[in-house]
Design a protein around this ligand. Structure first.
Ligand SMILES: Nc1ncnc2c1ncn2[C@@H]1O[C@H](COP(=O)(O)OP(=O)(O)OP(=O)(O)O)[C@@H](O)[C@H]1O
Length: 224
C-alpha cells in the first residue's frame, strides 16, 4: 500500500477544509479526487504529498508516517518517493525542457552522465524527444505539462500527485495528459493521485473519491 490516510482533518481557523477523510491506494492505481471548488481537493493532496500537515489523523506514505516526520524527513520523502504536477506547470522559464527535468536529478546529486541518459529517456517517454532545448515559452501548454510530468518522474517516484493537471489545457490536450498518466500507471506500476473537477477525465480513473465540503463519499467505479 503506497497511501494510507486515516481519519484526517485539516482546519484553517474556523474553516474545516478536510474532515475525517480515510482511504488507501496501491501501486498500479489511478485514483481521481473530484469535488467542487473549495471541496478540499488541494488541501488533501498537499497533505498526502507532505507539503502540509493534518490538524488530526494519520498519513502513511510508502511505509513512512508523514504526520510524525521531521521537515528533513519530509524533504527526503518528497525527493525520493513523490512526484508533483500542478495546474500551472511550474517550470523554470529561463531553463530548457531538458534543464527543467534535470533539476530534481541535480538535487539528488546524480552524476552528469546519469542525468543526460535519464533526461533523454524521460523526454522520449512523454513524447518530447525533439524538444529538449526549447524553453517553456517556446512550447504549447500541453507540451509544458509534459515537461512537468517528466520532471516529476525524474527520480522514479512510486507516487505521482497531480493537482488539476489539465485545468489550463483545452479538453483534447487535457485528455492526452490524462492518457499519459494512465500509461504511467500501467507501464511503471505507479500510483497516481489526481485532483480534477473535469467530469470527462474521471472515466479514466480506476477509482474516484468524491469530496463534499471536505468529507469523502466514495463513488462507484464508472462504467467503461
Ligand atoms: N491557506 C488557507 N488558509 C485558509 N483557508 C484555506 C487555505 N487553503 C484552503 N483554504 C480553504 O479550505 C477549503 C478547501 O480549499 P481547497 O483549496 O483544498 O479546495 P479545492 O477543492 O482544491 O478547490 P479548487 O478546485 O478551487 O482548487 C476552502 O474553503 C478554502 O477557502
Amino acid at each position: 500500500m503506497i497511501i494510507s490516510v486515516s481519519g484526517v482533518s485539516r482546519n484553517y481557523g474556523d474553516v474545516e477544509a478536510v474532515r475525517d477523510v480515510s482511504f488507501t491506494a496501491n501501486r498500479g492505481e489511478l485514483v481521481a479526487v473530484r469535488g467542487r471548488s473549495g471541496a478540499g481537493k488541494t488541501t488533501l493532496l498537499n497533505m498526502v504529498g507532505g507539503l502540509d500537515r493534518p490538524t488530526s489523523g494519520q498519513i502513511v506514505i510508502d511505509g513512512h508516517d508523514v504526520t510524525a516526520a521531521s521537515e528533513r524527513e519530509l524533504l527526503d520523502l518528497r525527493r525520493t518517493t513523490i512526484g508533483f504536477v500542478f495546474q500551472s506547470f511550474g517550470l523554470i522559464p529561463i531553463l530548457s525542457a531538458a534543464e527543467n527535468v534535470s533539476v530534481p536529478l541535480r538535487l539528488n546529486k546524480q552524476p552528469a552522465a546519469v542525468r543526460e541518459e535519464r533526461i533523454s529517456l524521460l523526454l522520449e517517454l512523454v513524447g518530447l524527444g525533439g524538444h529538449a532545448n526549447q524553453r517553456p515559452y517556446e512550447l504549447s501548454g500541453g507540451q509544458q505539462q509534459r515537461v512537468a510530468v517528466a520532471r516529476a518522474l525524474a527520480n522514479d517516484p512510486p507516487l505521482l500527485i497531480a493537482d488539476e493537471p489539465t485545468g489550463q489545457l483545452d479538453s483534447e490536450t487535457g485528455r492526452s495528459i490524462m492518457d499519459l498518466l494512465r500509461a504511467l500507471v500501467a507501464s511503471r506500476g505507479m500510483c497516481v493521485l489526481v485532483a480534477t473537477h473535469d467530469p470527462t477525465l474521471i472515466d479514466l480513473a480506476d477509482r474516484v473519491l468524491t469530496l463534499r465540503d471536505g468529507r469523502l463519499a466514495e463513488a462507484p467505479v464508472p462504467a467503461l
